[in-house]
Each structure stands twice: as structure tokens, then as C-alpha cells.
Design a binder for this molecule. Structure first.
Ligand code: G3H
Ligand code: ZN
Length: 287
């Protein structure tokens, strides 16, 4: 179908009890895998570029890839900046044609996070670009912090209500026990906290660090108000796992297409599974 903003997708998912899959891309093959999976499932989808992706591929290249994929896709696609670091970066992404941005001020004191996010909303909304923000801190497993310490970074329901009221964001990423990257054990999500946030905040909620989270926990998070689920690590694992497998079977292979093609197919499969898990299949015509 076409490029849409995140709010257009969330308007449907928040009332329908499903979540849109938001998948990180780094290169042509992963962009294509996301679109092919979404088309195969007739699902709306978010193609997102992280700081690492922008550093690796450069903003102009990743924007060109994702925007071309969105415009020629047979499903609605939002092109989104993941964990945006500054107002200036948001401006660059809006100019590049992104339909959605995340501004991550979660490391700032509450009022500074609100002020930065508000400024981004004031820039983005008039030009139809959606805004996601983060409150509480979603750690990475490499941070090597204890559960008790992590608890201190979980999203506070009262602060969340205050935050959305003063920023007017389209989506809010919450910290309820997930973390970016590989988990050492099984993640335990704080569903009671999610419920209390939901009771105070009508804005669609976003789950980050969702790779490796058991399917039941994902379903429960969606049932309790999560409308966008971010996946990166699971795609990387499928992609590089298949590359390793192909090269192990054919150590003399020198054609990158013979390695990257099967890796792209492996990524399609994992993304399709996620879309089905999130309840996004068949939702494209609703947008
Ligand atoms: O913003 C990106 C996501 O939160 C990805 O997290 O690598 O754990 O799937 P993940
Ligand atoms: Zn994230």
C-alpha cells in the first residue's frame, strides 16, 4: 500500500487487541525481509532504524531503502527512527522522509525528558510525523545490573500519566522488565505495573527488548495494552545463524548473494512468526 505514520496503525491496534510488529533493519536484505513477511501476512508493519543502523548504513542510505520499500509495499508501512538521541537527529529524519520518530529522553530528569519530547511533538505533529517517547529505563543485558537495581528504572504509573499529558506523544515505551539484546535467563515482566500504567494512560504502549520474551508473556503484554512490539535481536540471530550454516556447508562460497539470500529467507520466517504472535496478520486492510 503505502507509507503511513505510526499513529494511523496504532489507532487500529489499540482498539483491536493486537500489536504492530516493529522490526529493526540494517541493510537491504533485512528491509526486504520485513516487507516480504508483512506482505505474506497481510499485516501493517514498522521498519525502524536504530542508532547502530544509522551509524552502519548512514541515514541517507537506510532512509532510501526503507522509504522505497514502504512506498512499493502492498501493506501499510511506517518508517521509524528508533531511540532517537537528539532534536537535531529527529529533524534530520523528518527531512529524510521518516513517517515516525522516537525521541529517547529516558536518561534525563523527568521534566527535561518532557521538555525535549514536547519540542519534538511540536515539530513532528504539524507535518504528520508520529512521536514515540520513553519513560523509565530499558536496560541492556550487557549492563550487568541486578534485578533490584533494575526495579528502580521501571516506569512509574503516575509519572507516565503526567508525561503523556504534558507531551501529547502518540506512543509511550515503558520499562516493565524487558531488556535489549540476549537474555541470560527468562525475563520476568511486571504485568501488575503494566496494568497500573494502562489504567492511568490511554496512549498506546510500546514493548522494547522483546526478542527472547516467551510467547505467553508477549500475548499477556498485548492483552494489557501494548500496541507496538520491537524486535531486533531475534532477526539478527536468524540472519547470521543462516549465514553461518550456509558457509559451513559451502566454505568456498564467494558469492554474497548465495549467503545473504538464504539469510533473508530465514529473517522472513522469524518476522512472520512474530507478526502472527502479535495478532497482526490480516490487519493491513483495516489501516
Ligand atoms: O528498540 C529496539 C528493540 O527494543 C529491540 O530489542 O533487540 O531485544 O529485540 P531486542
Ligand atoms: Zn528499544
Amino acid at each position: 500500500m503505502t507509507l503511513v505514520n505510526l499513529a494511523a496503525i496504532l489507532r487500529r491496534s489499540e482498539t483491536g487487541g493486537w500489536a504492530v510488529g516493529a522490526f529493526n533493519c540494517n541493510n537491504l536484505e533485512i528491509v526486504q525481509a520485513i516487507i516480504r513477511a508483512a506482505e505474506a501476512e497481510s499485516a501493517p508493519v514498522v521498519v525502524q532504524a536504530s542508532q547502530g543502523a544509522i551509524k552502519y548504513a548512514e541515514l541517507n542510505f537506510i532512509a532510501a531503502l526503507a522509504l522505497e520499500a514502504a512506498r512499493s509495499a502492498r501493506v501499510p508501512v511506517a518508517v521509524h527512527l528508533d531511540h532517537g538521541t537528539s532534536f537535531a537527529q529527529v529533524v534530520r529524519c523528518v527531512r529524510a522522509g521518516f513517517s515516525s520518530v522516537m525521541i529517547d529522553g529516558s536518561h534525563l530528569p523527568l521534566e527535561e525528558n518532557i521538555a525535549l519530547t514536547r519540542r519534538v511533538v511540536e515539530l513532528a505533529r504539524p507535518v504528520g510525523v508520529s512521536v514515540e517517547a520513553e519513560l523509565g529505563r530499558i536496560g541492556g543485558t550487557e549492563d550487568n545490573i541486578t534485578v533490584d537495581e533494575r526495579e528502580a528504572f521501571f516506569t512509574d504509573p503516575d509519572e507516565a500519566a503526567h508525561f503523556v499529558e504534558f507531551t501529547g506523544v502518540d506512543a509511550l515505551a515503558v520499562a516493565i522488565g524487558t531488556a535489549h539484546g540476549l537474555y541470560r535467563g527468562t525475563p520476568r515482566l511486571d504485568f501488575d505495573r503494566l496494568q497500573r500504567i494502562r489504567a492511568r494512560v490511554k496512549t498506546p504502549l510500546v514493548l522494547h527488548g522483546s526478542s527472547g520474551v516467551p510467547a505467553d508473556a508477549i500475548r499477556e503484554a498485548i492483552a494489557r495494552g501494548v500496541c507496538k512490539v520491537n524486535i531486533d535481536t531475534d532477526i539478527r540471530q536468524a540472519f547470521t545463524g543462516k549465514m553461518r550454516e550456509v558457509l559451513a556447508q559451502a566454505p568456498g562460497e564467494i558469492d554474497p548473494r548465495k549467503v545473504l539470500g538464504p539469510a533473508r529467507e530465514a529473517a522472513v520466517e522469524v518476522i512472520r512468526e512474530k507478526i502472527r504472535l502479535f495478532g497482526g496478520s490480516g490487519r493491513a486492510p483495516e489501516i
